[in-house]
Design a protein around this ligand. Structure first.
Ligand code: ATP
Length: 332
């Protein structure tokens, strides 16, 4: 097991940050009897970070500032709070005061954007509270706790580029050469992940009733078992963005487009202005555009902004690190 590197802040205050993710591949299996879908996904962490600061307190509270802050729940439903509560329980801090923590979240990752911002906050809270409380848990142990909070939390802890199986929480690090330059285009409003999966099921059912699910490899509910793209993995090993771009894929994209048809215009604008690949990130509505290099990403960001097809754009690079402690005095 890998130990989490200790990094002490001033007494009683610890900050950690976690990155956003895009899915380079998101292959969604048929709806299972338990309501979930088996996934094969390739997660890729990018350099857009939320910061979570924790400090000792008599009772647990959370404050959220920044991008989309008002949309984030401030009670026990907040994923950072759930992470702190789960960690306190796991390391035996049972009384209200022993488990009390003040949590401050500074958001840059938009909410309900398909970028796993909430999972990132949970991962950062796990890392920060483990340090604050001298929990001494390894990354693997934090990951086990994180998986109970959300399927994307283990990847938010790990960072880099990784293949996720099952619900995305069973991770294997992927071999990736070089770094990739992205433009992210944020939508005007968020999309709920459950709504997007439900739309995906509806579209597949409709396709099945039109005869599209007749092929033997497709399940009764109109989807094949998810498969990792070996072509994409080879392209990632080559480090060539021109090879990676056309291989980006997302089974949830038709569903996200059905719920927010304007996303088609954003994807088209990116392609028209030279993006090597253009894709909805996860359940959307963020669109991710792959550029050849930093200069091409700057040009693309300007062109997409000018096209007026989204609320805001940012330029990021990947792979970015997993949730990690921020050196005291350098938090934003
Ligand atoms: P998913 O990881 O399911 O793809 P997402 O990346 O699209 O989700 P998030 O920003 O993680 O979206 O938010 C999903 C929902 O989680 C929000 O609608 C919000 O109500 C809830 N939530 C709870 N805690 C947080 C948090 N700390 N930050 C953002 N959202 C949170």
């Amino acid at each position: 097991m890998t130990a989490v590197t200790p990094l002490r802040g001033p007494a009683g205050v610890v900050t950690a940050r976690a990155s956003a993710k895009v899915n380079l591949q998101l292959s969604v299996g048929p709806l299972r009897a338990d309501g979930f879908h088996d996934l094969v996904t390739v997660f890729h962490a990018v350099s857009l970070f939320d910061e979570v600061t924790v400090s000792s307190a008599d009772r647990t509270s959370v404050a959220v500032t920044g991008e989309g802050g008002p949309a984030v729940p401030l009670g026990p439903a907040n994923l950072a709070v759930r992470a702190a509560v789960a960690l306190a329980r796991a390391i035996g801090r049972r009384s209200r005061s022993a488990a009390g923590v003040r949590i401050e979240i500074r958001k840059r990752i938009p909410v309900a954007a398909g970028l796993a911002g909430g999972s990132g906050d949970a991962a950062a809270a796990l890392v920060a509270c483990n340090e604050l409380w001298h929990g001494g848990l390894s990354l693997a142990e934090l990951s086990e706790i994180g998986a109970l909070i959300g399927s994307d939390v283990p990847f938010s802890l790990a960072g880099g580029t990784a293949v996720g199986l099952h619900r995305g929480e069973q991770l294997t690090t992927a071999l990736v050469a070089g770094s990739y330059h992205w433009v992210l285009a944020f939508g005007a409003t968020g999309l709920s992940t459950p709504d997007v999966y439900a739309a995906c099921d509806r579209l597949r059912a409709a396709r099945g009733s039109e005869g599209g699910a007749a092929a033997p490899e497709l399940g009764a509910r109109g989807a094949a078992a998810p498969q990792l793209s070996t072509e994409l993995m080879a392209a990632l090993r080559s480090g060539d963005p021109a090879a990676v771009g056309p291989l980006l894929s997302n089974d949830l994209q038709p569903a996200a487009l059905s719920l927010q048809p304007l996303l088609r215009r954003a994807l088209a604008a990116g392609k028209d202005h030279g993006a090597l690949g253009a894709i909805v990130s996860g359940s959307g509505p963020t669109c991710a555009f792959l550029a050849a290099d930093a200069d091409a990403a700057s040009d693309l960001a300007v062109a997409i902004t000018g096209a007026g097809v989204c609320r805001a754009v940012v330029q990021v690079t990947g792979p970015a690190p997993g949730a990690s402690l921020v050196e005291p005095g350098t938090a934003s």
